[in-house]
Write a protein that binds this ligand. Structure first.
Ligand SMILES: Nc1ncnc2c1ncn2[C@@H]1O[C@H](COP(=O)(O)OP(=O)(O)OP(=O)(O)O)[C@@H](O)[C@H]1O
Length: 475
């Protein structure tokens, strides 16, 4: 049996860690070593289990090649019997799809399709409010696929006290979380990605509890149509739009089979997904079976805000069907106070343009929890809502620097096909990072050359590059 030292010696010469994020369908090796109750996956030394989802376990680990930097590793299994059974059932009622699409997906089992899609979507993302994927270890001969990610040391956003069921966050904290998630969602929608599972449990704190990032892309959907529409709405040039349209090469991203399922948590599901709605509220192309648009994320963001404010969900039923029935027919109510600091809401009725804290929050909830998806506010509009902007000293500067299109707008290289689909680098408004040592620089350069992708330093001290110094003062 190989020892941990053997594995480290092997990993020093193996190319797997240099081939980061470049090719999801990989033949890389994964070596799993168990010794003295210690476990090592390649160069990653497992410290402890930090999360358990339906689809995988998440561990905290040390990266022995990078000075024991901490990472999170999600370990997923290629096969999931329950998922495969459901997939078999769905195959009896397939959605029509364009010729030549989803060939790769046809040859894979349901669980593996989902994992590959999650990876492909995370690979497209490079933003300070999105959990960053660093490396994928995918050994075809083994059952496990590993996703090495940025460690979110602060864990999930907790929204209520389990005993008293009261909110646990102050209104100012809620505003900052909401703002972070809005920026992350704006970026996702700009990239053509609909998350489909926005809820407090998928919002993760950095260790210093200053920033929240969106995680868990297990049911996210990529839409080329949305990507092009978003580029247009941000005033992209024809060349940029054309390049983006041609650049989606990953067939797993174009597989529409995930739209057949209603996914996500019922409490956070938008009415157009689960209620009997008029046809005009259905899918974007008149397809009643695919009402999956960015508006579903906005609704879930509204339910999330409500949970953080009041420590309860807006609609509650004895079962799922009762919940959906209430969702379709009843309006939401608000409690007399919000947040753990008990700020007055002033009730549901407010005069138009009421600038009290209660008036602004209730007004925002109304825009987010609008039952008609066509009338619902968009994430780019949310960024301009006074309650969200409160405390930002230079609003114009903040809007400009946080725009997901900003790097394109200011770059004349952006018309190239390669750039069009590449995850956009964050805008760095901070002082340049401290000079790296020789080996750190060597590895980073090697990774860049091998992967043709920007790899960020994942030191735990790495802070949010999009947040301006002025906004940091607010925080
Ligand atoms: N990068 C990370 N850093 C720290 N903790 C994480 C990270 N990613 C996930 N976790 C923790 O692990 C848990 C499970 O992860 P995740 O939600 O990605 O798995 P899943 O199987 O897709 O879950 P779900 O059952 O919600 O679909 C999360 O709720 C979170 O607490």
């Amino acid at each position: 049996m190989a020892t941990i030292d053997d594995a480290l010696a092997h990993s020093a010469t193996s190319p797997y860690s240099q081939r980061i994020l470049d090719d999801v369908v990989s033949t890389d090796t994964i070596e799993e070593i168990h010794e003295n109750n210690e476990r090592l996956y390649n160069q990653y030394f497992i410290v402890e289990k930090i999360g358990q989802g339906v689809f995988g376990r998440v561990y905290k680990a040390h990266d022995r090649k990078k000075g024991d930097a901490v990472v999170a590793i999600k370990v997923c299994k290629r096969h999931n019997i329950e998922e495969e059974r459901m997939s078999q059932l769905r195959r009896n009622n397939p959605l029509p799809r364009s010729k030549g699409k989803a060939r790769l997906a046809d040859n894979l089992q349901a669980a593996e399709i989902r994992i590959r899609k999650e990876i492909a979507i995370m690979r497209k993302c490079n933003h300070s409010q999105i959990v960053r994927l660093y490396e994928v270890i995918d050994d075809r001969s083994q059952e496990k696929i590993l996703m090495v990610m940025e460690l979110m040391g602060g864990g999930e956003v907790k929204w209520r006290d389990e005993q008293s069921h009261q909110p646990v966050l102050r209104l100012e904290q809620i505003r900052r979380i909401f703002r972070d998630v809005t920026l992350g969602l704006e970026y996702l929608h700009y990239q053509g990605i609909i998350h489909r599972d926005i809820k407090p449990a998928n919002l993760l704190w950095t260790a210093d509890h200053k920033t929240v990032k969106i995680g868990d892309f297990g049911v996210a959907h990529f839409s080329r149509t949305l990507r092009i529409a978003s580029l247009k709405s941000f005033g992209a040039t024809e060349a940029q739009i054309q390049a983006a349209a041609e650049a989606v090469e990953d067939s797993i991203l174009q597989d529409p089979s995930d739209l057949k399922r209603t996914v996500g948590s019922p409490v956070f599901a938008a009415p157009e997904l689960v209620c009997d709605m008029p046809d005009t509220e259905r899918g974007p192309d008149g397809d009643p079976r695919t009402p999956v648009t960015p508006a579903v994320d906005v609704w879930a963001l509204g339910v999330t805000l409500y949970c953080l404010l009041f420590g309860r969900t807006p609609w509650n039923g004895q079962n799922q069907w009762q919940l959906y029935s209430l969702l379709g027919s009843e309006d939401f109510t608000v409690d007399p106070t919000m947040g753990s600091d008990g700020i007055q809401t002033g009730g549901r009725q407010h005069a138009h343009g009421d600038r009290t804290e209660g008036g602004m929050v209730v007004g925002l909830l109304e825009k987010l929890l609008e039952k008609s998806r066509k009338k619902r506010i968009t994430v780019s509009e949310i960024k301009r809502v006074p309650w969200v902007l409160h405390g930002i000293s230079n609003v114009d500067e903040w809007l400009a620097t946080t725009s997901p299109h900003a790097p394109y707008a200011s770059s004349n290289k952006s018309s190239s096909k390669a750039n069009a689909n590449k995850a956009l680098p964050p805008i760095n408004t901070q002082a340049p990072p401290k000079k790296q040592g020789y080996w750190a620089t060597f590895w980073r350069t090697l990774v860049r050359l091998t992967c043709h992708t920007d790899v960020e330093d994942y030191s735990p001290l790495h802070t949010n590059p999009r947040v301006s110094e002025k906004e940091k003062a607010v925080k």
